[in-house]
Design a protein around this ligand. Sequence first.
Ligand code: ADP
Ligand code: ZN
Length: 608
Amino acid sequence: MKNKILQVLTKYWGYDSFREFQEEAIMSIMESNDTLTILPTGGGKSVCFQVPAMLLEGTSVVISPLVSLMKDQVDFLKDIGIEAEFFNSTLTVVQAREVSAKISSGSVKLLYISPERLMADWMLAILKQIRVSNFVIDEAHCISQWGHDFRAEYRQLSTIKKVFPGVKVHAFTATATEEVKKDILSQLKLEKPHIYIGKVDRPNLTFRMSEREGNGHKQIIETLKLHEKEAGIIYCLKRADVESISDFLNSKGYENRPYHAGLPDAERKKNQEAFLSEKVSIIVATIAFGMGIDRSNIRFVIHAAMPKSVEHYQQETGRAGRDGLPSYCYLLFSGADYRTWEYIFQKSFSGQSAHKKLGEMYNFSNVPVCRHRYLSEYFAQNYPKPNCNACDFCLDEVGTLADSGKFAKSIVEGVFGVEERFGAEHIANLLVGNITEGIEKWGHNTLPFCGSLKSESKKAVRSMIDQLIAQRYLRRTGDYFTLSVTDEGLKILSGEVNPKLTRVLEKEKKAEIKKKQKLALESDYANMEVGLFESLKSLRRVLADKKHMPAYIVCSDRTLKELAERKPKTEVELRTIFGIGEAKIRDYGDIFLSAIKAYEEKTTNLVI
Ligand code: ADP
Ligand code: ZN
């Protein structure tokens, strides 16, 4: 059986091995167990139910909340030679009739359907007449109110087991906390389910976090310079920021489209479409953008401001690098973001847990630790590697202070020394010896520790204070954001704990790091002929346009990269390329081979 599933994977998809838990999940489905599979974005969930659908008798019914995605998925499946259809509100009456006829005939191997359409009596009647091999609940977390994307329609899915007794149900999701997991299991009434939980870590993502300077525009441009010709998302906290960053970048020649819920529907859709069809490489958006974005070659995600929770951060950065190629996530954060979110929470009466999650995100941004480790541990998983080689901390890009303990102690002394009645700005001024009116008024200039950190800039001290808050040694409370010392913070005074702090990097050091980053990025393309890669990319666009499909459905960047690296000359060689299965050979094999040949001839002629 294992051989057989691998054969199917190679024949249709052109992949030669399974990713973590794919084989287990597929076997469990083949052996008729209910299953719950939790794999991160890009982990390859679809294959887990698509492969069994090809091997089992009958139709596999896939319930998905994302109407926009169904067409892409089905286009992709058809393009690799699989009988798939979708059924949702976007079909015209004629199309709906055609698809229903196909379903009734039993020829459809994979049927993507929205929960509303599935639950229509006539659809249930059709499905009862044919052989349904199983039900797949994609994005299963939508069934839980504890999750971040609750969909009321998903609640109806709890009747599947009653309506189709004996038919197995398989749930898939990328994010499931313990509560969500329990909800999925009980709502769907899974019987003796096999449960597979993959690692949340995404080793192909590199994480970098820095404090935002001013409006961050300069930092964004610097980052975009690292990623010329690549695709990325820039996330903003507010609609106004989307507008201003988008305008600014367009004016600087970085063509992009804005996306937020305040734009008219048609415009928003058009902008999303432009990004998905690769007509434009950059989209500037609020978090309204993303659900159901399947473009697999997103090479970078920039957060122009801090998201409100680590869960959001993980989900948004997760949109990068679904094809498994190296991809980069940059966070620009500031204490101001923290306060903006607090303000939003106050207005929307958000509960304690929202504040707690915000604090954790702020902590994550501020604490100098391995980002991969932090993320894994946040989601209660071990991270065994001592150095991930894929975050600013492990790549030695953050300036950790050698004498952090000394600085921390001075700051805590300062907070204590003014009886925990003043805010960060006042304390920072006091410690660097910047005598303001307020400091004079309170007579704080006579305190022994006034100016105890005068070798530092005020900005550096503010940043250290933020870091101590993030690490929970200090607390910020009340309307005036007064600082006080926590129990943990007291241990700094006694020397029991020694927190790590970072320093804002100097210009020269920053420039040096940027150079290193650029070199490292270039090495992602080192083994291939870049000109050939670009010309294959254009070719892919033409092929995709002809079929009215997004380019990444014709084939992924990873396939193009391998083509540009290995330059196959024959069909046999072409078959060994990642992502090239039988249908791709049939439809595009000659086209790719001739394009490579033509490119080779052209470049050799140039050399001669
Ligand atoms: P998810 O739904 O878990 O986010 P997808 O199913 O969209 O992930 O898969 C992510 C990407 O990984 C897709 O481009 C898919 O074709 C690719 N992929 C899936 N399984 C494998 C595999 N075994 N080998 C190589 N690539 C794979
Ligand atoms: Zn690391």
